[in-house]
Design a protein around this ligand. Structure first.
Ligand code: SF4
Length: 306
C-alpha cells in the first residue's frame, strides 16, 4: 500500500505512462550570485547552482537527454525542467523563448521552472498562465527553512513572508507550485524542519521536494565547516523527521523528493546521503510498520475541547 503521494505514481495516473524530467542549465544566474543581493550564493549551493551544469546549448542538452531516455524506457513522456540557478531571473523575452521550447516536441507534457520566491515577475506569470492552458506549468520555489534565523544565516537573502508571497502569486495565476525544503541544515532544529512541512501544507502547495542537507566542496559552508565545524544529522534522525513531516503534509500534496542527490566527487558529508535507496526504503518501512499515512497529522491546528 502506498503511504504517501509518490511523484512517479502521480505522473502515471495523470499521463498514463512514465514521465521523465529533462534537466536543463539555461546559463542563468541568481541575485545572490550576481551582486544584486549578494555574491556568496546560498551557503549550501555548489558552483553549479544546484543543478546539472552544462555549457552546451539548451537544444543540445534537451536532445541528448531525450535520446538517452528514449533508449532506456518505452515511449516516455517528458517534463522540460529548468533546474540550475533562478530560471525566472533574466530578460523576459529570453525567458519566454526558453519556456516556448516545451512546444517543440509533443512528448513534453509539462514544464517545470526552478526559481526563488523573490524573482517572480508578474509579466512572466501571465505568460505562463496562458501556457498552462496547453501544457502543465510548474514553478519550483525554494523555501529551504521555515526559520527566519536560519535563512539569515545561510545567505538566502529572503524571508518566510517572501516565500508565502511567491506561493500566493503563483496560485493566483492557477499555476502549480512545488516547494523545496532542506532538512538537516546547520542552525535548524527538528521543530524548524517540521514547521517547513506545516507551512507548505497550509499554503496548499501542489508538491514538495524534501532534500537532505549535504556538504559539498566549493560552498560557503565548506569554509565554515573547515574553520568552526558543525555536526550533521544522522541518517536515523533524518528518516524520523521526514516520516513526521509526511504525516503533517496534506494527502493531496505530491511528494517529488524524499532525500538529496549529492555529487559524489564533491561530497564532504554526511556519507549516508549517497545511499538514496536505503533512506527511501527506511522511510517507507517505518510508515508501513506503524500504519502511518501522509496527512494523518495534518489537522494540527484543531484542538478539541473536552
Ligand atoms: S540555491 Fe538557488 S538561489 Fe541559492 S545560490 Fe544556488 S542557484 Fe542561487
Amino acid at each position: 500500500m502506498l503511504r504517501y503521494n509518490k511523484f512517479s505514481e502521480y505522473l502515471k495516473r495523470k499521463y498514463g505512462r512514465r514521465v521523465q524530467k529533462i534537466s536543463v542549465d539555461a546559463g542563468l544566474t541568481c541575485p545572490v550570485r550576481d551582486g544584486i543581493l549578494s555574491r556568496s550564493g546560498c551557503f549550501y549551493c555548489n558552483s553549479y547552482g544546484s543543478g546539472n551544469a552544462s555549457n552546451e546549448p539548451v537544444d543540445i542538452q534537451i536532445a541528448t537527454q531525450m535520446e538517452y531516455y528514449e533508449k532506456k524506457y518505452r515511449e516516455p513522456y517528458f517534463i522540460l525542467y529548468y533546474q540550475a540557478y533562478s530560471n525566472t531571473y533574466g530578460e523576459n523575452e529570453y525567458l519566454k523563448k526558453l519556456y516556448d521550447k516545451v512546444f517543440d516536441n509533443d512528448r513534453f507534457v509539462a514544464i517545470s521552472i526552478g526559481t526563488r520566491p523573490d524573482c517572480i515577475d508578474e509579466e512572466i506569470l501571465k505568460y505562463l498562465e496562458k501556457m498552462n492552458e496547453k501544457k502543465d506549468v510548474w514553478l519550483e520555489l525554494g523555501l529551504e527553512s521555515a526559520s527566519i534565523k536560519t535563512l539569515q544565516k545561510i545567505g538566502r537573502m529572503h524571508g518566510i513572508a517572501s516565500f508565502v508571497d511567491g506561493v500566493n502569486r503563483i496560485q493566483k495565476h492557477n499555476l502549480n507550485v512545488c516547494a523545496h525544503v532542506i532538512f538537516g541544515l546547520p542552525y535548524d532544529n527538528s521543530g524548524d524542519m517540521l514547521e517547513s512541512a506545516k507551512l507548505c501544507s497550509v499554503l496548499n502547495v501542489d508538491a514538495i521536494k524534501i532534500h537532505s542537507f549535504y556538504l559539498e566542496k566549493g560552498t560557503v559552508f565548506e569554509k565554515i565547516y573547515r574553520s568552526k565545524g558543525f555536526s550533521f544529522l544522522s541518517a536515523e534522525k533524518y528518516v524520523e523527521i521526514v516520516v513526521k513531516a509526511l504525516r503533517y503534509l496534506k494527502p493531496d500534496i505530491v511528494i517529488q523528493r524524499l532525500t538529496g542527490d549529492p555529487n559524489r566527487e564533491l561530497l564532504i558529508g554526511p556519507e549516508w546521503t549517497l545511499n538514496k535507496h536505503k533512506i527511501i526504503t527506511s522511510i517507507e518501512s517505518i510508515m508501513e510498520r506503524n500504519n502511518y499515512k501522509q496527512g494523518d497529522l495534518s489537522e494540527f491546528n484543531y484542538v478539541k475541547r473536552n
